[in-house]
Write a protein that binds this ligand. Structure first.
Ligand SMILES: [Fe+2]
Ligand SMILES: [Fe+2]
Length: 168
């Protein structure tokens, strides 16, 4: 179908726009790699031993995600991004875990949207790859929420449901 009007609806997405959004996802994956590399080594205290070991596993999974995304961006004919989103640090272990949880929530919101966008473009294999990533991000989210002793946040509203972030 030859559509001349510009895509305004997120479901009416172009391949170029999808590549741009995947590059944003890639910058979040770089951010996650760095955060997990550092946090897994600096978290100290007996009560954080288990989660520190889990964060080391997360770091390696985030690298796999970055590789998968780079491949998809290249497939769409674009250059993969090279800059991580900023990484926050703290001396307080709880703060570090909270930063990670916030980032995972944001990542999950974005990947849920990305799957819909890939499918809208008929990129079903790409949607499947992102679904696999999303499953691991949800595990990360659960690991972090459990370590913090909080409920797993409900991020089902998609990237536009910003008000969910303000919830206690
Ligand atoms: Fe990831
Ligand atoms: Fe993650």
């Amino acid at each position: 179908m030859a559509e001349s009007k510009t895509a305004t609806n997120e479901n009416e997405i172009s391949r170029d726009r999808l590549a741009e959004l995947l590059n944003e996802d890639l910058c979040r994956e770089y951010q996650a790699i760095i955060a997990y590399v550092v946090y897994s080594q600096v978290l100290s205290g007996a009560q954080y031993m288990d989660i520190a070991a889990q964060l080391e596993i997360h770091a390696k999974q985030e690298l796999d995600h970055a590789l998968i995304l780079s491949r998809q961006i290249d497939y769409l004919g674009k250059m993969p991004a090279v800059t991580p989103k900023p990484v926050r640090t703290s001396k307080n272990p709880k703060d570090m875990l909270r930063y990670d949880l916030d980032n995972e929530n944001e990542t999950i919101r974005n990947y849920r949207d990305r799957i819909r966008q890939c499918e809208a473009l008929g990129e079903y294999a790409m949607a499947e790859q992102i679904r696999q990533i999303l499953m691991q991000e949800q595990d990360h989210q659960i690991d972090l929420a459990t370590a913090l002793g909080v409920k797993v946040p409900d991020v089902s509203g998609g990237p536009k449901a910003r008000t969910l972030r303000k919830r206690r």
